[in-house]
Design a protein around this ligand. Sequence first.
Ligand code: MV4
Length: 448
Amino acid sequence: MFSRVLIASRGEIALRIIRACKELGVQTVCVYSEADAGALYLSLADHKICIGPAPSAQSYLNIPHIIAAAEVADADAIHPGYGFLSEVAHFAEVCHDCHIAFIGPSMETLQLLGNKASARQLAKKAGVPIVPGSEGPIEKDEDARELARKIGFPVMIKAARGGGGRGMRRANNEIALVNHLNVARAEAEAAFGNPAVYIEKVIERARHVEVQILADQQGHVVQLGERDCSLQRRHQKLIEESPCPILTPKLRRRLGDDAIRIATAAKYCCAGTVEFLVDPDGHHYFIEMNSRIQVEHPVTEMMTGIDIVKEQILVAAGNKLSFRQEDVKPQGAAIECRINAEDPAAGFTPCPGLITKLYWPGGPGVRVDSHAHAGYRIPPNYDSLIAKLIVHRNTREEARLCMRRALEECVIEGVKTTIPLYLEIFGHSAFVSGKVDTSFVENLEREH
Ligand code: MV4
């Protein structure tokens, strides 16, 4: 087992990893930027090292500074959390070359799954359904037009090195396709350093359902059930829930089996998430795999009782998974809200600033994962996540009512948050009936 883990992330996920390490008897080193110097969670780490000024490029994305901190602190492993360098193959390579364990998949797996076009090919080869579209990147406009005519408009143009909706454009006809293709290539080159784009048929009114995977270095791959992430706004997830209200037992088993097929084919190790789209006819399609712990992992932890972050650390240290597939029995219903310092009434404008008063809910079935506190100043340099509020109850309806009660108990003064939007959503008949798809939040905004 590791003796000291360096946490190369910030905020609530850094605190989450500190908690897992403490329970494992592992020391922690937290790196932080000058903007996070006042955050109280840092005092829960055994050591803390400032690695640079606020801008991510000079701190949380600065590989030499992070590696130097690991050397100084004599850390034998690095947990990348999510965001920042968590899926950067080169970072995993540098850790390997410096004899520091990277708590995540191998560099080769990160590279393979980081290219969404090659991940599609891997899924197809593994016998998993993918969205009708191109075999790999699209080179010539004529090929794109021919393919689009064959699969039918509208089509989605996606950057191979994108993901999570970044570098994704919809084209409703040939003119739009040709125009968007060149812009998408330029944007992909600028944003990801790689202009490759691929094409998929647009799956209308889809649900976005993802399956949590845990895999050890001995080749055991286990799936921990699904999370429905359809409630997003411009690809920013807002609310996640499990089980997905529209999955039949048969479709649930198919998604689980297909997620294991893809993780096995990718020689996956550690925690990962396989993303699918489910169309109104109940067909599922693989779209991408995320090679990191995700913001919404607590939903699955509440459903299964498995500590995913602890398992990540144990597996990275060479331990076998401490359970088998037949031991995974998701119970009840769980819902997570991302409480962001944004103003939903003003187009989700970020509202960083000083939190003057903070009171979190509690009681049966309520979990709050947050690094925030009264007197904490939310820096403008990073994402606006203040906390994740997660509830777990026996049924979805009980979880919905519990979530509303918990949201009403929250006291956050000094910054605006997304809470008012959530109170509206959890009282909306479409949510109550479980019939929301990926367009729900944007339609709700249009109603205002
Ligand atoms: C799609 C899609 C429909 N058709 N791909 C990919 C990344 C993820 N964050 C969203 N993704 C989607 N990919 C095809 N071929 C629908 C989504 C999607 C979505 C798209 C637009 C607005 C909100 C969305 C929410 C979930 C999924």
